[in-house]
Design a protein around this ligand. Structure first.
Ligand SMILES: [Zn+2]
Ligand SMILES: [Zn+2]
Length: 264
């Protein structure tokens, strides 16, 4: 398995990314990793959708569109193809934070259902214990897949990831049965929505734990359901380590090949 497209990258337009990280800074590492396409997907809450938090309000459409102007007309930087995407938001009220009209401004759209560390996404008392957290992930994934604009979503970012609480990933996912994953992934596939292979969520684990982590079960079932995948490093710093070989080895273990990828 060789990855060629990284479609989940943040630049300094995302409040959580490094202040000096721009799109072109990612190009040398992309070449080292053998990537031919990079997609930039800054956090976005469209101001035409009410209810943005204090953190999200400045990360509106006008803000993320600044990158579109920075990227060259040719769509190439130093031999690497670059795409203009976004990572929008989806809340417990099943509100998608980008209007249909504005979706057309992007080459592709990533939608998460699992930013459960943010109070605006889900009241924190609803994900206070593992069982409730797992239930929320199950409910929110299906709600996103069944949203009226779901067919416009390219890929679901970091599926079934309990927010930023790395220590509880395995224990939370272990509470979700195979039967649920089959139903959910088959439905996503029927809607034409890809499943993201999020590099950060795998490579946070010690290398020796990756072959036995819950993600193996999760992604193996997604593959069985015929899902298409996208890859995203979820980089927030162009100097960060990407460990792309670990991700490729993980995909091999799940039986996922280049043919299972939705390439843009
Ligand atoms: Zn995210
Ligand atoms: Zn992200």
């Amino acid at each position: 398995m060789k990855l060629t497209q990284d479609l989940h990258i943040h630049t300094n337009l995302s409040s959580c990314a490094m202040r000096d990280t721009t799109a072109k800074d990612y190009i040398p590492a992309a070449k080292t990793d053998g990537l031919t396409t990079l997609g930039f997907s800054n956090h976005l809450w469209d101001s035409d959708v009410a209810g943005a938090s204090k953190w999200y309000s400045p990360q509106n459409l006008e803000h993320v569109l600044q990158l579109k102007k920075e990227l060259p007309q040719s769509g190439m930087i130093d031999g690497v193809r670059v795409l203009f995407g976004c990572e929008t938001e989806f809340t417990y009220e099943w509100k998608l934070c980008l209007t249909e009209e504005h979706m057309a401004l992007f080459d592709y759209i990533l939608a998460p259902h699992s930013h459960t560390h943010q109070g605006i996404v889900v009241p924190q008392d609803r994900v206070a214990d593992l069982r409730d957290h797992a239930q929320y992930l199950m409910d929110s994934f299906l709600a996103l897949v069944r949203h009226p604009l779901a067919h416009r979503i390219t890929s679901i970012a970091h599926p079934f990831v309990p927010g930023t609480k790395y220590a509880i990933y395995n224990a939370t996912q272990a509470l979700i049965p195979d039967s649920y994953f089959r139903e959910a992934f088959c439905e996503a596939n029927e809607k034409g929505i890809a499943i993201e292979m999020n590099g950060s969520c795998i490579t946070y684990l010690p290398e020796e734990e990756i072959p036995n982590c819950e993600y193996v079960r999760v992604y193996s079932i997604a593959k069985e359901c015929g899902c298409k995948f996208t890859y995203g490093s979820d980089s927030h710093d162009h100097r960060g380590s990407r460990k792309i070989k670990l991700v490729e080895r993980f995909l091999d273990q799940c039986g996922i090949t280049e043919a299972d990828f939705r390439l843009l």
